[in-house]
Design a protein around this ligand. Structure first.
Ligand code: FES
Ligand code: FES
Length: 160
């Protein structure tokens, strides 16, 4: 029988533990062990960015990371972006307002990436937005409304 390990980490501000084999991917731990299915899995090869979550505030591809290496760290998934009262974050509101999604499969990854991007660069240029989201693939939108949504989110964050 495969050996399992107790993995303790903070997810969306809540202390969580799970037992998992050493090779369990962080994406699988989040989705299957912790029931946080908002994190999507597309390519499982680090290419599409769908599985992006924040690790101590920085975007990481959870399909490329073993869950054990996230032990002791703070993870934020798309479920943790809304406020404590359930109100959508400025980035989420901007994506809705600007129609930055269609099927929505890529959206959780984009929301996490953009949240971190705007923390680092509160007023990005078009080029900085395109560069910032270049690790996230979307098959539906053509990106134009996503770029608009990032600028709108920057405005909303400034107002908040
Ligand atoms: S599922 Fe992780 S990058 Fe595609
Ligand atoms: S909205 Fe469908 S993949 Fe991005």
């Amino acid at each position: 029988m495969e050996e399992t390990f107790e993995i303790a980490l903070t997810v969306n501000g809540v202390h969580r533990t799970a037992r998992a084999p050493a090779r369990r991917l962080l994406s699988d731990l989040l989705r299957h062990d912790l029931g946080l299915t908002g994190t999507h899995v597309g390519c499982e090869h680090g290419v599409c960015g769908c599985c992006t979550v924040l690790l101590d505030g920085d975007p990481v591809r959870s399909c490329l990371m073993f869950a054990v290496t996230a032990a002791g760290h703070e993870i934020t998934t798309v479920e943790g972006l809304a406020g404590p009262d359930g109100a959508m974050s400025p980035v989420q509101r901007a994506f809705r307002e600007c129609h930055g999604l269609q099927c929505g499969f890529c959206t959780p990854g984009f929301l996490c990436t953009v949240t971190a991007l705007l923390r680092e660069t509160p007023r990005p240029t078009d080029e900085e937005v395109v560069e910032g989201i270049s690790g996230n693939l979307c098959r539906c939108t053509g990106y134009q409304n996503i770029v608009k949504a990032v600028h709108r989110a920057a405005e909303l964050l400034e107002e908040s």
